[in-house]
Ligand binder design. Structure first.
Ligand SMILES: C[S@@+](CC[C@H](N)C(=O)[O-])C[C@H]1O[C@@H](n2cnc3c(N)ncnc32)[C@H](O)[C@@H]1O
Length: 215
């Protein structure tokens, strides 16, 4: 069994005691750089950083092999594994059974700051490999229905500016208000309130867009 654990959005105070405990006890801890940075200083076993999707797949196969020998193997993800990490979970399930230990998602932090309830919100992630055409349709549908929307852009080909351009090209009013939350829970956290017509500039790969339904 491989454990997949969420380390929170980045700020160390958002790492749960439970996840810190199991990371400390693990024989092997793997993940992408953003996740491993949160738990540096906690890891005591072997650490493996994913540097490409090939390395990710190769490491998962290795973890499954070591887990079968009785080693405690953990893959750490940023935030919570059930928010926009579906493809990683599916890849891991191909090799072994998984156990998921939740973390605090960046989406929860953005929802709290924007004060939107998830049950009244469409959550759409573009942060995936492959086609995002279905997600783009969901976005237009959400706008038409006047829903709150929480969007995860895709670094770096469908970033906030691209999302705004896409909406305008599809007839959405340029005065639609959006808030971009960047680097949440880090010292350089930013909140930018603008409209899709005025949205410009570069954003980090850690950005979330919130569009609140107009009442
Ligand atoms: C592959 S998704 C994983 C999301 C993660 N499982 C979660 O629950 O936060 C990565 C995306 O999450 C968002 N994200 C993660 N951490 C963030 C942070 N600290 N601030 C803003 N956005 C963040 C960004 O949109 C980023 O591109």
């Amino acid at each position: 069994m491989i454990t997949v654990a969420g380390v929170g959005p980045g700020g160390k105070e958002y790492l749960t005691e439970k996840v810190a405990f199991i990371v400390q006890k693990a024989d092997i801890v793997a993940g992408w750089n953003h996740a491993l940075k949160v738990i540096e200083g906690v890891i005591q076993g072997e650490k493996i950083q994913f540097t490409s999707h090939e390395k990710e797949e190769e490491t998962i196969a290795y973890l499954a092999q070591e887990a079968r020998k009785g080693k405690k193997c953990i893959i750490c993800t940023v935030g919570d594994p059930n928010f926009s990490d579906y493809q990683l979970l599916e890849k891991t399930r191909k090799y072994d059974e998984i156990e998921i230990v939740p973390g605090i998602s960046s989406v929860q932090v953005a929802a709290s700051l924007a004060q939107v309830s998830l049950e009244h919100t469409y959550f759409i992630t573009f942060h995936k490999s492959g086609s995002i055409e279905g997600e783009k349709e969901e976005l237009l549908e959400g706008i038409q229905k006047g829903k709150n929307l929480i969007l995860l852009p895709r670094p770096y080909d469908f970033m906030p500016q691209d999302i705004a351009n896409f909406l305008i090209e599809h007839g959405v009013n340029a005065s639609l208000k959006v808030t971009i939350f960047e680097n949440l829970t880090f010292k350089d956290e930013r909140k930018i309130k603008t409209t899709i017509g005025e949205l410009g500039g570069k954003f980090s790969d850690l950005s979330i867009i919130v569009i609140k339904a107009s009442k």
